[in-house]
Every structure is written in C-alpha cells, then in structure tokens.
Design a protein around this ligand. Structure first.
Ligand code: 4NP
Length: 157
C-alpha cells in the first residue's frame, strides 16, 4: 500500500484539488486497493470546512467532485502514516520540514516535481485572485498527478 498526502496552506483550494484529481485517477486505473490519498493544510483556519466554493465549482466543470472533502490540519503523525508528503509551494514545504520527524523515511517534496512544466515548480495560491487562478491550479494538478502515478508505478509495481 502506498499512501500519498497533499499539503497546502488552508486545505480548501490546492490540496483538495490534488486530492480529488489523484483519487479519480486511482479509481480510473483501478488502484484503490494499492494507493491511498488524503490532503491537509499547514494552517488551522478552515478545519472541518468543505473546500472553497470556487474550487468546488471549477473542479466540477472538469468532472471532479470535491464537495465531500473536509479540511484538516497536518500533524506530525502524518509522517508515520504517509509515504509521500507533497507540498504545493515552498512555504508549505518549509513548514513541513519543521514538522518532519528525523525518522521519516518517505518522500517529502514539491508536488510539481512530478509535473513536466518548467514554468511552474509551485502551485500558486488562488485564494485571493480571480477565476484564472483556479483553472491554473487544475491544469497544473492534472498534469503532475499523471506524473506522480507514472512515478509510483515505476517504483512499486
Ligand atoms: P489553499 O488556499 O492553501 O490552496 O487552501 C488558501 C486558502 C485559505 C487561505 C489561504 C490560502 N487563507 O488565508 O485563509
């Protein structure tokens, strides 16, 4: 079993998008018994809340249902649970490095390292911007999610 945790700041925009899209890919590939997906935020403001309505609406147009997800905050124990802890941006990654127990033997890094766009290493925070930002999140996440699947497949199966 491989367990993947996507992490952003609020867990209401970027990481739920990655969660929902990667979950859908896992379902499409019939890998639900082999790969587990979750998401969390480094911040605590939105704990228990559904994803941002703009995120839900943009994802719905591409066939992803994010409405069932609920925000939670990342905890140290997540490093014992998950094999891949993937940050949306460098600020999230720094926060995760401070939380990471020394014995963690999994992969902690940027999610977009599994993407192929040279223009983006981080998923830009869409929270304070317009609709374009939410579409860009979807574009970047869809691409990197396929790259992540290829990587996990090559490594494990
Ligand atoms: P996310 O976006 O990290 O992609 O979920 C944000 C959501 C909320 C806030 C910031 C970023 N906030 O400041 O409340």
């Amino acid at each position: 079993m491989t367990k993947v945790l996507f992490v952003c700041l609020g867990n209401i925009c970027r990481s739920p998008t990655a969660d929902g899209i990667f979950r859908e890919i896992i379902k499409r590939e019939k890998l639900e018994q082999k790969i587990i997906v979750d998401s969390a935020g480094t911040g605590d403001w939105h704990i228990g809340k559904a994803p941002d309505s703009r995120t839900v609406a943009a994802a719905k147009k591409r066939g992803y249902d994010l409405s069932v997800l609920r925000a939670r905050q990342v905890i140290t124990a997540d490093f014992d649970e998950f094999d891949y802890v993937l940050a949306m941006d460098n600020s999230n990654l720094r926060d995760l490095h401070s939380l990471r127990p020394t014995h963690f033997a999994g992969h902690l890094g940027l999610f977009l390292d599994f993407g192929s766009r040279k223009t983006h290493r981080e998923v830009p925070d869409p929270y304070y911007g317009g609709n374009d930002g939410f579409e860009l999140v979807l574009d970047l996440v869809e691409e990197a999610a396929e790259g992540l699947l290829t990587h996990i497949r090559q490594r494990l199966y």
